[in-house]
Write a protein that binds this ligand. Structure first.
Ligand code: FAD
Length: 348
């Protein structure tokens, strides 16, 4: 969210996830001086916790690949997509991935040096670039290191933006002249002047008692913008990730969708029992997918989009009274899973 003020000499970005740091580096490379305010350490962000990866068609001349990515996205969007946004995101993806590579992000490659592409829900082919199962950590590492050493960027960690300063209090049209911040080291409130202010403060998953989001995801930027008179829309568009580890802990641990892309299947207790019986009767391990209740909700079963799979699990748990579902991987190659998903593997 960009809040433009009088001229463009002092640029302030709030937030040091992929949105804030990517923007800061682009502006800094173009010769602008940028301050990045962030409430904890620069790496503390949802970005740092992203696991699965980023979908992109890398070859800009691959018309068939681009068309099918656009089609999959529109289908997954259930008629809600803004087609011009879908087109621009998918057509620009290869250039933005190249920007990330130039900044030093290391995506997984095969032995022959080609990118290893994973698959996730709603995608009809493999097109997800990733860094094992810790893609966000790798992206955040490269971005924060680049920003830290960039002569045109000043990182201001442990600074909590509290509110936007309006040029004329109560008159959104007059613009924004800066932001009030709490320096959490000295516990003092300071005024940071900004000619251009960019809010890149991420989401608000912490509104829910159960969330895979980090503690910084409290919707501060959205609230500040709203208080300053900005129009907000589509606040109901919250993504519920279908699979997190169902054990009591400080916060749910996400199990990436790429696990289903590699063949993981969601079963309920009954489906699990039936599948195990069939395996015994056949004397060999068969695919669990036909026993998945998710097939009642979509013919893509466990590989349907997140909204469909999340709703299917929720509905099935309400029908059966179960407290959780199973993500079955025991029919898959264990060493391959361990090597693709080292973070999840070590946590489990
Ligand atoms: C567990 C998990 C797994 C995910 N996996 C994927 C995936 O595989 N693929 C994918 O595309 N997406 C994934 N996502 C979503 C993705 O991580 C986010 O959409 C993306 O990182 C958002 O980036 P951002 O820069 O907008 O926000 P963030 O990365 O959250 O950055 C927001 C920044 O703003 C700062 N901030 C917030 N409020 C203030 C304030 N008041 N003052 C100062 N600073 C403030 C925060 O500290 C933080 O630095 C995942 C998310 C989670 C939580």
């Amino acid at each position: 969210m960009l809040m433009r003020t009088s001229d463009a000499s002092q640029i302030v970005i709030i937030g040091s996830g992929i949105a804030g740091l990517f923007c800061a580096i682009r502006l800094a490379n173009a010769g602008h001086f940028v301050k990045v305010i962030t409430k904890q350490r620069p790496i503390d962000s949802s970005t740092n916790w992203a696991q699965g990866g980023i979908a992109a068609i890398l070859d800009k001349t691959d018309g068939i690949g681009l068309t099918s990515h656009i089609e999959d996205t529109l289908k997954s969007g259930g008629g809600q997509c803004d087609i011009s946004v879908v087109n621009s995101v998918i057509n620009e993806a290869s250039d933005r991935i190249q920007d990330l590579l130039d900044i030093g992000v290391d995506f997984e490659r095969d032995v022959d040096g080609e990118f290893h592409l994973a698959k996730e829900g709603g995608h009809s082919s493999r097109r997800i670039l990733h860094s094992k199962d810790a893609t966000g950590k790798e992206i955040e590492r490269a971005l924060s290191q680049t920003a830290e050493h960039h002569e045109n960027i000043e990182l201001m960690p442990n600074n909590l933006a509290i509110d936007l300063i309006q040029c004329e209090h109560g008159n959104p049209k007059a613009g924004i002249s800066g932001v009030w911040c709490l320096d959490q080291t000295t516990q003092t409130v300071m005024t940071v002047h900004a000619d251009t202010l960019i809010l890149a403060t991420g989401g608000f998953g912490q509104l829910w008692s159960q969330t895979t989001n980090p503690s910084v995801a409290t919707g501060d930027g959205l609230a500040m913008a709203f208080r300053a008179g900005a129009a907000v829309k589509n606040l109901a568009y919250i993504q519920f990730h279908p699979t997190a580890l169902a054990v009591k802990s400080d916060r749910p641990f996400l199990i990436t969708e790429a696990m289903r892309g590699e063949g993981g299947v969601i079963l309920d207790k009954e489906g699990l029992g039936k599948w195990q019986t069939q395996c015994k009767e056949n004397g060999r391990i068969i695919s669990p997918e036909p026993y998945s209740f998710t097939l009642k909700y979509s013919k893509m079963g466990s590989m349907a989009t997140r909204d469909i799979v999340a709703r299917a699990i929720d509905r099935q748990m309400k029908i059966t009274g179960d407290s959780h579902a199973f993500l079955v991987t025991s029919h898959l190659d264990e060493s391959l899973l361990n090597s693709h998903f080292p973070t999840i593997s070590s946590r489990l």
